[in-house]
Design a protein around this ligand. Structure first.
Ligand SMILES: [Zn+2]
Ligand SMILES: [Zn+2]
Length: 248
């Protein structure tokens, strides 16, 4: 048993989300490599910019057979499925199943975001990895994460946000830890700060505009910590955590 296609890269979180959506939508697709939805998902997975490169990709990459088997893995770990049993499910298969199996509307919403946002991710960005630490934590730089981070780099919005905050407070303090680049680094830190989108792109409706209130001024360290694990930490949550550690 085990993965019959050992030369293909392991399934990533967003691929599993799409497969899990199909698992719940079409029970007849499990282990069925001629099911039309299995074939469609196979095509989708082959076109998504999730894995860095198509060069040298085996012709078996996410083929209908592999997709059908992945659905069978889900059935094997589904406590509600009859005849659950042989399980070659991975740790990540189980994590994704547990995360979404009780919240199908969130599963469908997230799957929809992955499909819609995939067109916003330029192919090359997958290779550049957008300075996201792929090996760290759960932060594997998927489509949603990459589009989110790209939008956080929208210089026009960031400029407006920083100007608004500077005008109101005279400084650009990190909303999590109060770090002030200008105070610490002097002139080279003047007017420097990162911006965090408090609304994940997967929770925004298509075409929804970001308002300045959706952005938070953060320092680079806090920004990394916010995105390190899912679900992303809220500003207030991380702030409380730091304060608690300081006072204990
Ligand atoms: Zn900070
Ligand atoms: Zn952010």
């Amino acid at each position: 048993m085990g993965d019959p296609l050992p030369r293909n890269p392991a399934w990533k979180r967003e691929e599993l989300i799409l497969a899990l959506e199909l698992y719940f939508n079409a029970p007849g697709a499990v282990g069925n490599n001629v099911h039309p939805d299995v074939i469609t998902l196979s095509d989708t997975l082959n076109s998504l910019p999730i894995h860095p490169t198509v060069e040298g990709r085996a012709t078996t990459f996410r083929n209908p057979n592999g997709v059908g088997l992945k659905l069978a893995n889900f059935r094997a770990i589904d406590p509600k499925a009859a005849g659950a049993g042989m399980s070659s499910a991975s740790k990540l298969d189980k994590m994704v199943f547990e995360e979404f199996s009780d919240d199908l509307s969130r599963l469908r919403k997230t799957a929809k975001s992955i499909r819609e946002l995939s067109v916003e991710v330029p192919r090359r960005a997958a290779e550049e990895a957008l300075d996201i630490d792929e090996q760290d934590g759960q932060n594997e730089g998927g489509i949603i994460e990459r589009v989110h981070r790209t939008r956080e780099r929208n210089s026009k919005l960031i400029k407006q946000k920083k100007q608004a905050v500077l005008k109101r407070t005279g400084t650009l303090l990190c909303e999590v830890c109060d770090f002030d680049f200008h105070a610490v680094y002097g002139d080279i830190g003047k007017e420097f700060a990162e911006c965090h989108h408090k609304k994940p792109v997967s929770e925004m409706t298509k075409g929804e505009k970001t308002r300045l209130d959706d952005l938070a001024i953060v320092c680079s360290n806090c920004h990394r910590m916010i995105h390190r694990y899912r679900p992303w930490k809220a500003i207030s949550e991380l702030r409380a955590l730091i304060l608690e550690r300081k006072t204990s």
